[in-house]
Ligand binder design. Structure first.
Ligand code: MN
Length: 289
């Protein structure tokens, strides 16, 4: 059975995250509630051009607790450091899957090299909720390079698909997830057509990053995010011109959400605890940059 298009999310006006990331928040649990579960938020940064510079661009130390942040870089280069002592730089095609869980502090900046050279920046950051029983686990990272996520050829030379997480046609994704999630990066050739099979009952959303595509026969414009029905298993994409899409699917987490800023928990008491722990320095320390 075909999935149905449930609706298009109209993004609010862009805003800046720190001085480095001009983002459009395509969805958030605050606006869309349980409909987007197990996901919490999706920010699309850029595409934007930055001139060569010297000033650090990004966002300084801040906490997270209760979920995961997944950063996918398409253009540009981002560096991060955190209070566990971990850090690194990711570039085009790389993914940082950060499980904040019980909590950490981190910062996110353009890399030094990208700051100096300037150029095109495009990335997305997805927040993935954690089930209650894992919200206070120890924080950890998965640094996934482009080489960890081979591009698979789609049938009929329709294009390529990268399995960041989940499973496509028996090919397992690179990321380990706490609940069933499919996160696929698709590139379609002009006139490329593909019918994807997805699990019944999962949330499914599609971001058209670039190009021109028909989804279940309906035209979609670049920058749009659409939501598909949880019922049904088939999704047909047909590219009018070359197209790049991000597919987000996952089993809903049927638990209450209490969130504020960088904390997403299940109850108000846990939120208050998170604030108190942060104020008391229990998220760790970061050295001055
Ligand atoms: Mn962050």
């Amino acid at each position: 059975m075909d999935k149905k298009i449930e609706g298009f999310f109209t993004p609010p006006a862009p805003h800046w995250v720190g001085n480095g990331f001009p983002v459009r928040s395509l969805f958030s649990y605050a606006r869309h509630g349980a409909a987007v579960s197990p996901f919490l938020l999706l920010d699309h940064a850029g595409p934007a051009m930055f001139p060569p510079g010297h000033e650090r661009r990004g966002v300084g130390p801040h906490p997270h607790r209760g979920f995961e942040t997944v950063t996918i870089v398409y253009d540009g280069e981002v560096s991060h450091r955190d209070s566990t002592g971990a850090g690194g730089t990711i570039g085009p095609g790389d993914v940082q899957w950060m499980t904040a869980a019980g909590g950490l502090l981190h910062d996110e900046y353009h890399s030094e090299a990208f700051t100096r050279s300037g150029g095109r920046l495009e990335m997305v950051q997805l927040w993935v909720n954690l089930p209650a029983r894992h919200k206070m686990d120890a924080p950890h990272y998965q640094a996934l390079t482009r080489a960890d996520m081979p591009e698979l050829a789609l049938p009929g030379q329709a294009g390529t698909l990268r399995v960041i997480a989940g499973d496509y046609a028996g090919q397992a994704g690179a990321a380990r997830t706490y609940t069933p999630i499919n996160l696929w990066d698709l590139r379609l050739r002009p006139a490329g057509q593909v019918t994807l099979k997805l699990p019944e009952g999962h949330t499914l959303m599609l971001l058209l990053r670039q190009g021109d595509v028909q989804v279940q026969g309906q035209p979609v414009q670049a920058g749009q995010l659409l939501q598909l029905s949880r019922s049904g298993t088939q999704l047909t994409l047909r590219a009018q011109a070359q197209a790049q899409l991000l597919l987000l699917g996952g089993e809903p987490i049927d638990e209450p959400i209490a969130g504020h800023g960088p904390f997403v928990m299940n109850t108000r008491a846990e939120l208050i605890q998170a604030s108190q722990d942060f104020m008391a320095g229990r998220f760790g320390q970061m050295d001055a940059a």
